[in-house]
Write a protein that binds this ligand. Structure first.
Ligand SMILES: O=C(O)CCC(=O)C(=O)O
Ligand SMILES: [Fe+2]
Length: 183
């Protein structure tokens, strides 16, 4: 199926804290777009990456389990690999954090093989306002559950955006799963 699939609780509160803490030791850099283009009109966020190995390995393992189960139960896509690290993004109201409508499939080496996108909500609801993940897969805008620890999976070609954060900061975790291009 091509419709998005939501999970109420992919991570516990403690796990969300742990993921955020893992990234605090790293440098966040300004987010680029596919092919490294930067365009402030489209995206303002700071991002960092989690490796498959090391302290963040458990995050990757969880992502793999969830993707395997949800793909079997719902999408049934041909998936072959996790070719990219997991992205933690930080959208801050003072910087005008947001991400305009886009698809995750692009011309880059990895971006062209993206099949499934998984986004998990890492911040508590009272940490920020707005900053909603919205999807438009079929002409109707659907707002993803913003509850901390929840997640949504969708085909990477689905148009989606993050509305501007109007107060505070929002953290999210995004991973992509790859395979033969959609034809
Ligand atoms: O932060 C989010 O909720 C979505 C991130 C996203 O769409 C992306 O990194 O491509
Ligand atoms: Fe995206």
């Amino acid at each position: 199926m091509l419709s998005p699939y939501s999970l109420d609780r992919m991570f516990s509160d403690t796990e969300c804290d742990q993921i955020i803490r893992l990234t605090q030791a790293q440098d966040f850099s300004d987010a680029g777009l596919v092919r490294g283009r930067q365009n402030e009109n489209i995206r303002v966020a700071r991002i960092t990456w989690l490796d498959e190995e090391g302290e963040g390995a458990w995050v990757f393992r969880r992502v793999m389990e969830v993707v395997r189960d949800v793909n079997r139960a719902h999408f049934n896509f041909a998936l072959t690999e996790f070719a990219e690290r997991a992205q933690v993004a930080l959208y801050a109201s003072d910087a005008g954090g947001h991400f305009d409508w886009h698809s995750d499939i692009g011309a880059g080496t990895f971006a062209q093989k993206r099949k499934l996108t998984l986004v998990a909500q890492l911040s508590e609801g009272n940490a920020y306002e707005d900053g909603r993940l919205e999807l438009n897969g079929n002409g109707q805008v659907e707002t993803a559950d913003a509850t901390r620890g929840s997640a949504i999976l969708f085909p990477s070609f689905t148009l989606h955006r993050v509305t501007p954060v109007s107060r505070g900061q929002r953290y999210s975790l995004t991973t992509w799963v790859h395979g033969p291009e959609f034809t």
